[in-house]
Write a protein that binds this ligand. Sequence first.
Ligand code: OAD
Length: 234
Amino acid sequence: MKKIVVLTGAGMSAESGINTFRDSGGLWEQYRVEDVASIEGYIRDPELVINFYNERRKQLLSVKPNRGHELVAALEQYFDVTVVTQNVDDLHERAGSSDIIHLHGELMKVTSSRSPNDPRQIQTLQPDHMEIHVGDKAPDGSQLRPFIVWFGEAVPKIEDAVEAVMKADICIVIGTSLNVYPAAGLVRYVPDDSPIYLIDPADVAWTAMRPYTHIKKGASAGMEELFEKLKNEC
Ligand code: OAD
């Protein structure tokens, strides 16, 4: 079976009703990224940051995977698929994808402020208990915090992602402005003779010195087109 690596960003979930970050009306127009998505912001005002992610988590209950997520999952009928996502939602999981690397963390999980990447500290929240508060403690006794990789923090999953991308026979990039590193640098690890498809309704600042095929559509329509093509080629 050929291997496909799908790299996804906020545009993947846009048609599910989750705002992107940098489009007009995006989250970073409503909030200052340095306040709610940086380690310095968290240290300055933990309550603001914890509440911001409580709100994001609540929103997750009211959305569902779109056709794009479903077709990414359906690729597994024909290919060995790894999804590398910058998204913290769980829509790839809910659509049925089985191998997912969350580069920027997971909204439904919380962890310790002292050792955020220690697996013993990471807990999954349940729909009937979605909020955390200042004063809630992780198993190690430190403040419980969202399991999110903030600006200023290491991205521990990047090595797994690089390893997957280096094995890709085909790479599909969906809905990311490729502004945030190290995620944006992953396309450089795609082997030279493996094609790259980009699904995004807008032009993207592509800095990797290699060709790609741009399907200038949203995630669902773009995946419909690409799914048919790849299915017939495999
Ligand atoms: P951005 O908001 O930067 O980019 C979203 C991309 O999705 C843009 O290229 C849009 O054109 C595209 N898009 C919009 N609607 C779409 C649709 N219906 N179908 C497909 N694509 C669509 O989001 P990311 O690149 O994911 O990190 O942002 C990367 C990181 O920056 C995030 O993970 C987050 C943010 O700060 C953290 O918070 C740590």
